[in-house]
Write a protein that binds this ligand. Sequence first.
Ligand code: HSE
Length: 319
Amino acid sequence: MIESAKAFAPASVANVAVGFDILGHAVQSLGDCVTARRSPQPGVRIQSIAGVTTDLPLDAANNTAGRAVLALWELNRAEGGVELHIEKGIPMSSGLGGSAASAVAAVVAANELLACPADKLTLLRCAMLGEQAASGSMHLDNIAPSLFGGLVLTVGIDNPRIKQIPVPRSIRCVFVHPHLRVATSDARALLRKTVSLSDFVWQSANLAGFICGCYTNDLEMIRDSLFDVVIEPQRQQLIPGFTVARASALANGALGCSISGAGPTVFAWCDARHAQQVRSAMVEAFGQHGLPCDDWVTSIEAKGARLSVQAASKVRARE
Ligand code: HSE
């Protein structure tokens, strides 16, 4: 019997400009870790929260990681309980899928304590219930890439279909987090509930063109389709400096630039040779608005959630 397991789940860029609520990609080197430890006391308890964010609910039912593991435990009618130790690497309300990453890392770690571990689709569903505790809505565009890795399309919610989309190898994502907080629930509340017919046609063409460009290694097709005519125009008011940062990224070679998830992080896709100049241009644009930033460059082929080496070697020994 494994007594404890630790998992890492990466941050993610949701929507990717053209796939609101259905498209997202994982990023490298930024994410959350959760350790799950078996406990004789039934139920799920959040034992500690450490890292860049600590002001999160300790009540398991209201905590994304806790809620996700409760769902997994109930589904498996597992005996005993679990203690969770959460280490946040992803800043709160940054638009980088922090609540999804905690939920994913928690179910991946807790799954190791089960006599019959669940499959990945079950983990996806449990993590989605966890994220719902934080955002109030059900969407998989952070959960799916954080669990599976890479660029992921999800179709459906009750019985989601997951498709990892190949991306041209030279593409990098620059993502810049200006030091602001945007609550996902607020950024969703401001969206109009209807879309005009012409915007629907335009956005559909962009989504189709973007996915086609990814499959066919066609950077110019990606450039011509990687822009959001529906959501970004409504949300950009939440991010001072956004329009300047976007224009600077495009002027420095970016293929496209938009809001990561609900923001305020802004991302740009570009060819690897332009990544550093796009990064500097975006950081400078936010600097002009008095906003300090954290900034990163990632490949889109980033891996999904994984057990820490120690936990993984125990799994191999068990097999
Ligand atoms: N697709 C969601 C949104 C992601 O943009 O509201 C937020 O995490």
